[in-house]
Design a protein around this ligand. Structure first.
Ligand SMILES: C=CC1=C(C)c2cc3[nH]c(cc4nc(cc5[nH]c(cc1n2)c(C)c5CCC(=O)O)C(CCC(=O)O)=C4C)c(C)c3C=C
Ligand code: FE2
Length: 416
């Protein structure tokens, strides 16, 4: 999904535009010939510092069958935003907003300066920026589009372990920003927020992070804030049933959701003080995998399939009955599967001194009733991990397919 755009000398287009602009202005002022300007530029070129990595120049396409930010490799920084339409804003205003947002997302992801550039990201490349847009259940009643509301947006059931903050849950519109640079990510966030003015008000925002590309000597699955290798047994795009599990078929109804997906977003706080007190062996039994390398307790290496039948020498299951990987596995949930693409978060410390930190859990699936819901029902009843986590906020969003050239995200819904 990503594309390394190695510009001349690996310098980003944003940077080149400003360099060329400056050289052009100088040329005019001193009346230099085109040849002299070219020679000066070539000299400048030799002096230009070489980028240390390709992180800055990596570009994620905005157009395509699916929106970016679903199968895009996880970026180091994430911002999740939910907006509510202001009173008086309906379908027309929402369409204009999605048009503005799409144009900005396309320009920023392509490393083009936007008309109202804040300047925050001026020296950086696109750094794998992706911006993804979705619609919450309430969007359809606010805009008179109830008939277009997909069944997949049926409210999630209440789970016994939920302690949800309504103010930080749901929302009419959802935006996910992912980027390998904090300033480029903030620049996108700021433009998206400014463009909403007069049409939609921010309902909640959550900021996340994960590993920086290149931070590991040996690229491997990332770790979460409990220290576990997290993401190993995700469905893989190379698997034959991947598209059917993650994306809405192109023949489905309503047709505007063709090639789209549903995002379940859960803010899950980790009780890290409690977690850190339990011995390593117990931490591993809670998950069912080794902490050091993520290998299943049934043996092998990180990518060996967990053997749920295997017994240890004492006769007990090698992967305990309530281990997280056993309870959540498709094999024990009638095949239910989802693509997990979470960010970690840390929002300081609570009054009792415990970190306010955990996982911005984002699960992608073609149908939440066949993905997240059955698995969370089971986890809610019998997951050893639930003693160490709290679900504090929740959202469910319909994310349309990717726009074709010249289209904006959600156009088929808003103009259909
Ligand atoms: C409802 C779905 C899930 C929630 C909520 C959830 C929360 C959660 N998970 C971890 C850590 C790990 N999860 C792992 C695997 C895993 N988790 C889910 C689903 C939910 N997790 C699934 C479907 C799976 C894959 C199971 C399988 O097929 O083997 C793992 C193991 C490594 C991996 O495969 O990713 C870890 C570690 C936390 C910390 C958490 C809430 C904070
Ligand atoms: Fe999990």
């Amino acid at each position: 999904m990503t594309q390394h755009d190695h510009e001349p000398n690996g310098v980003s287009r944003r940077r080149l535009v400003s360099t060329v602009g400056a050289a052009g202005a100088t040329g005019l002022a001193v009346g230099a010939t085109g040849g002299a300007v070219a020679q000066a530029a070539a000299r400048d070129d030799r002096k230009a510092p070489k980028p240390v990595t390709s992180v800055g120049s990596t570009r994620v396409p905005f157009h395509g069958k699916h929106q970016a930010g679903i199968t895009t490799p996880l970026q180091a920084f994430g911002h999740l935003l939910a907006f509510d339409l202001v009173s008086g804003a309906g379908r027309k205003q929402a369409a204009a907003l999605l048009k503005r947002w799409s144009r900005t997302a396309r320009e920023l992801m392509a490393d083009e300066s936007t008309a109202n550039s804040t300047g925050i990201a001026l020296d950086a490349g696109p750094c794998s920026l992706s911006v993804t847009f979705g619609f919450g259940r309430t969007f359809f009643s606010r805009t008179g589009l109830e008939k277009q509301r997909p069944d997949g947006l049926a409210p999630l059931p209440d789970f016994s372990g939920d302690a949800l903050d309504k103010k930080r849950s749901d929302g009419d519109l959802w935006v996910q920003i992912g980027c390998d640079d904090g300033l480029v990510a903030f620049d996108a966030l700021r433009e998206i927020q400014r463009q909403a003015a007069g049409t939609a008000r921010l309902r909640w925002q959550m900021n996340g992070f994960t590993r920086t590309p290149g931070a590991t000597r040996r690229p491997m699955t990332v770790r979460n804030l409990m220290g576990q290798v997290d993401g190993t047994n995700n469905p893989k795009p190379s698997e034959p049933d991947f598209d059917g599990r993650i994306f809405v078929p192109s023949s489905s109804k309503p047709s505007w959701m063709a090639n789209g997906s549903f995002a379940v977003v859960r803010r899950i706080r980790m009780l890290l003080d409690d977690w850190d007190k339990i011995p390593l062996k117990e931490q591993e039994r809670v998950i069912g995998r080794r902490k050091s390398d993520g290998a299943p307790l049934s043996g092998g290496t990180e990518h060996t399939d967990p053997d749920l039948e295997k017994r240890s020498t004492g006769g007990s299951p090698a992967i305990p009955a309530d281990a997280h990987v056993r309870v959540s596995a498709p094999a024990t949930n009638g095949g239910a599967a989802m693509l997990r693409r979470p960010f970690s978060y840390h929002d300081g410390f609570r009054d009792d001194g415990a970190p306010d930190a955990g996982l911005l859990f984002i699960a992608w699936q073609a149908d939440p009733l066949r993905g997240f819901v059955p698995v969370q029902r089971k986890l809610d009843r019998g997951d050893a991990l639930s003693r160490y986590v709290r679900h504090e906020a929740s959202g469910l969003f319909a994310v349309p397919g990717g726009p074709s050239k010249g289209e904006y995200v959600g156009q088929a819904l808003l103009e259909g």
